[in-house]
Design a protein around this ligand. Sequence first.
Ligand code: FMN
Length: 333
Amino acid sequence: MKKYLKKLKIGKLEVYPNIFLAPMAGITTKYFREILISLGGCGLTFSELISSEALIRNGRDSFKMMERGRGEFPYAVQIYGFNPEHMGDAAKIIEDGGYGDLIDINAGCPARKVVKNGSGSALLKDLLLFERIITTVKKRISLPVSVKMRSGFNTPIFLEAGKIAENSGASFITLHPRLRSEMFSGKSNWEYIRELKESVSIPVVGNGDIFSPEDGVRMFEKTGCDAIMIGRGITRDPFLIKNTYDFLKSGSYLSASICEKIEILLKILDAIDKNYPDKAKCGEMKRYSSYFIHGFNGASKVRSHIYLQKKSGDIISFVKKLYEKIKEEENCK
Ligand SMILES: Cc1cc2nc3c(=O)[nH]c(=O)nc-3n(C[C@H](O)[C@H](O)[C@H](O)COP(=O)(O)O)c2cc1C
């Protein structure tokens, strides 16, 4: 399995290992990414999707959203939009400000507010525009440019789109093989990743439904992809990328204990407490708690209790007590 681990050369960047953290708006914030990177095994991280329109209008939130985390290198900033010139301007702002090491173009987001003006996965309905966006961004910057796409909007078009991305100078393509119309339903079609890999000569990153280290290995085996990208799986097990790396490297991995997962949750709660405005803290803490409080007796009761809290400080003290209790019961070190 070690044969699947490799260093990717992307422009001047050397990316290792070839296991990437997927961009997930509202989840893979700078703080969460920092915590995940510290666990190891992750070769490349991405910002949440950033609006090119907001960026060129100097939107403060967008600048904040694309900040690089501590020790985060290499780091890709992902942008979305429908206007090639504005996408080019946004990419230039990112390059000039040193915000990222790579620009990723979003051609996958299915959200209504993104597709309604022709951005995200809607780019797959207009391949001429898709092409103009990639070539314009490429022309404006010297950083490498990549594309993350779904298999199509209503019908599969990934082979045509993949060829266009390659011919327009993209350094790699990430494929999440679901149509926009499928949102997150059913299973992603890994066969499409294999077909894309066979039809282009730039690296292909396989994404979709990797929920265990074994899934990660299967993705490499079944598709021949050059790298894998993991998204939602990390919200149930923050150690998933680290464990997938260990599994690929040595053939075995140690599943994280509940204590270890709650330790990660405590770190996230602490980051939220230190960095978020007071009015946002409680909601954010509840959301992350709902991801990580799983897999032990009474977990759903614990989640319900957290949901009833009105003060962020009470959530932190409750999770700290829970941690001590589980640590004792489970005999965690
Ligand atoms: C809550 C959420 C937010 C997401 N935000 C983004 C985003 O900002 N940019 C993007 O390209 N994909 C986004 N995605 C899609 C993921 O990057 C990934 O392609 C998808 O979840 C499939 O991978 P998975 O099965 O490993 O989760 C998001 C997915 C989820 C669930």
